[in-house]
Design a protein around this ligand. Sequence first.
Ligand code: SAM
Ligand code: DTB
Ligand code: SF4
Length: 331
Amino acid sequence: MIRNNWTRAEITEIYNTPILDLIYRAATMHRQFHDAQEVQVCTLLSVKTGGCPEDCSYCPQAARYHTDVKVHKLMEVDEVMQKALEAKEAGSTRFCMGAAWREVRDNKDFDKVLSMVKGVSTLGMEVCCTLGMLTHEQAEKLKDAGLYAYNHNLDTSEEFYSEIITTRTYKDRLETLENVRTAKISVCSGGIIGMGENDDERIGMLLTLATLPEHPESVPVNALIPVAGTPLEDQEKVSVWEMVRMVATARIIMPKAMVRLSAGRVRMTVEEQALCFLAGANSIFAGDKLLTTPNPGVVQDQEMFQILNLKPRKSFKDSEKKSTKTHTQVI
Ligand code: SAM
Ligand code: DTB
Ligand code: SF4
């Protein structure tokens, strides 16, 4: 049932299925591969904020756009450990550290990130990083430090990519994903909708993800958060049906992946999020901030979990490493 030879025509047909049939099909697939009550709770922390040399049109952290984001140098290891502990206490089982870098450089800052990874991995949470492009050697170093997953989004389709980013290529992105995979780090890769791309371009991104040699273990589906000062500041909000179509198609073509309802939840009602969970989403970012933009608060999400009878997924469920969780989860 796990296929890496999907064709564009097949994915297009799935994507264009009448919405209620699509949800039904995705929900059925979801139940074959996952416990449908279970949702993974992840926390993000921006360990180095703003001042990025890239030109990603959606991003408030790109130095060339004038946004309200305050530049912050790489955080100290102790501060990061404190935040990770707080995330764990609030019920998170994955902690993802993000840096506004184009790529990792072999310098003191990278050594510091390696210490952060080492530290957080002792807390029994899945440790994830998103630091930009990586070489194979850097991926190996992160793996040795205890990194569990690496997030590197394709963001959009190859055809639409150059409309959004010009300072690196699609091929660069794919190479980093390959370096991560070769180092046996779990791959987290998805994209953003609502940047002006059409349905074919959304399908193109899903096609690339689903025809990688192995599907990513996590696929984040972000709705653009339009930030004042970025070129995409005036983009219209995506409708819940567009999110549902993306989530459901990802669930059907990559059945085992964790499909993460990522940026954009702050503008969705509980009912809208419920439709996404029904369509196969099974992971969220919790905490009142993503990297630099707002996210629903922990209490709000706890209420949602109660209403929808959801339960947080344990860490390391799909790996041999056993969870060393000792704290009672709050959510
Ligand atoms: N600098 C690294 C990189 O680009 O890979 C890591 C951090 S970057 C902020 C991580 C991801 O956040 C991007 O690939 C993009 O998918 C997402 N992102 C950034 N700004 C966003 C926005 N305004 N709305 C939705 N997603 C966004
Ligand atoms: C992902 O796909 N979404 C997260 C995480 N991976 C790193 C980031 C969303 C960022 C939204 C904009 C911000 O908060 O700066
Ligand atoms: Fe930099 Fe990443 Fe933002 Fe692009 S998405 S501008 S690489 S921080």
